[in-house]
Design a protein around this ligand. Structure first.
Ligand code: ADP
Length: 204
């Protein structure tokens, strides 16, 4: 059981997955909030039952799974509905992330939470021991997003602008990985942090 947890965050296409993969290669468990967000609304889950209550039975597909695209449409541009949905899902996601992290083997564990800043930062996740931000200049983030998701520049702009700013994220950071060069440059930064986290965890 791990009792030292690092929250990993960063803007869209900043390089979180690249960083996560490198920590995993060093034997570290990475709990992913995006995965948790899907798991908490699995068929039979209490959160799915509450979503059906609030948004109607047609939000569930024939195979019993949540119609995420339809739900997105229903909450899109409607703050009340979005808040109602988040009031159902966010506590369940936080709980699941906590359970996974506390049960994870290894010297420390990483909780990858892309929207950590947006969902309330430390106040939402008070059990994080440190916060690690992957920081990338917006122009690079934009270029990587275009390439990875094969979308147009305007949509990439909107996706970046819908998130917290670089400054807001950095304000939460205990540690920063700068991802503005070759991906290989990430490796040394990850290895240095891994050493540091192992030391800090062992002093617990
Ligand atoms: P996130 O998980 O933060 O959304 P990714 O790790 O998926 O971001 O990175 C976004 C895209 O940019 C991916 O296609 C990834 O391979 C690429 N990428 C990440 N870091 C670099 C880098 N330093 N140089 C070039 N491409 C990169």
């Amino acid at each position: 059981m791990s009792d030292f947890t690092i929250g990993l965050t960063g803007g869209i296409a900043s390089g979180k997955s690249e960083v996560s993969r490198r920590f995993e290669a060093l034997g570290i468990v990475v709990a992913d909030a995006d995965v948790a967000a899907r798991d908490v609304v699995a068929p039979g889950s209490p959160a799915l039952a509450r979503i059906v209550e609030r948004f109607g039975v047609d939000i569930v597909q024939a195979d019993g799974t949540l119609d995420r695209a339809l739900l997105r449409q229903r909450v899109f541009a409607n703050d009340d509905k979005r808040r109602a949905l988040e009031a159902i899902t966010h506590p369940a996601i936080r709980r699941r992330m906590m359970d996974i992290c506390f049960a994870a083997p290894g010297p420390y564990v990483i909780a990858a939470i892309p929207l950590l800043t947006e969902v309330g930062g430390r106040a939402a996740y008070p059990w994080l021991d440190r916060i690690l931000v992957v920081d990338t200049p917006v122009a690079l983030q934009h270029a990587r997003l275009l390439r990875r998701d094969n979308i147009n520049a305007e949509l990439a702009d909107r996706m970046i602008q819908a998130q917290a700013t670089r400054e807001q994220r950095l304000a939460l950071a205990d540690d920063v990985i700068v991802n503005d060069g070759h991906p290989d440059a990430l490796q040394a930064q990850v290895e240095a942090l891994d050493q540091r986290y192992r030391e800090l965890a062992s002093k617990r």
